[in-house]
Design a protein. Structure first.
Length: 182
């Protein structure tokens, strides 16, 4: 399914195919249009640590843009759309979490509590621990749920994806296509 926004048509879920190459579409939601992404020196404790957060899901990026705009008391939010050639991803070191499992839960909790270990990845991808999952993760942190119970409660949720670009090498592969006011 495609969604027409501005000058471009985007797939709601991330991949454009043609005869010669596959192009992944990534979205970033913010209070500003981001034509030239960069890594910030100071960031909040998020799922995958410091990095430039994107998703293949346009609806998720719109939620991020609106949330960031509200938090920073801005009138408008923006989704910045990027393309990256699928073959270029093969040149990067990527850590993938395919589902909310125990390894993913441990990794997210370490990052959110500031106990992250230095890692050597260009991109980390996996499910978003969003508003739906916050209560489960909080109950896990409070010791009310063990790992198995937390995962059992997370699995039925339809978690969106996120791609966190951790290095300048990964960010340079993004090709800005359009800023979308939301």
């Amino acid at each position: 399914m495609a969604l027409k926004i501005g000058r471009m048509a985007y797939l709601l879920y991330g991949m454009i195919r043609n005869e010669r190459k596959q192009i992944m579409v990534l979205y970033h939601g913010s209070n500003v249009e981001v034509k030239e992404p960069r890594l910030l020196k100071v960031q909040r404790e998020l799922d995958f640590g410091k990095g430039f957060y994107t998703t293949t899901d346009l609806e998720q990026a719109i939620k991020w843009a609106k949330r960031t705009s509200r938090r920073l008391r801005c009138e408008k939010g923006y989704v910045s759309a990027y393309e990256i050639e699928d073959t270029m991803l093969n040149t990067l070191r990527i850590l993938r979490f395919d589902a909310p499992n125990i390894e993913w839960l441990r990794f997210v909790v370490k990052n959110r509590t500031g106990n992250r270990e230095p890692l050597d990845w260009d991109i980390i991808s996996g499910p978003v621990a969003d508003d739906q999952t916050a209560s489960v993760i909080d109950l896990f942190l409070d010791g009310k749920y063990d790992e198995e119970e937390a995962i059992k409660r997370l699995l039925p949720q339809k978690l969106k994806d996120q791609y966190t670009l951790k290095t300048d090498t990964a960010i340079r592969l993004l090709q800005f296509k359009e800023g979308i006011e939301v």
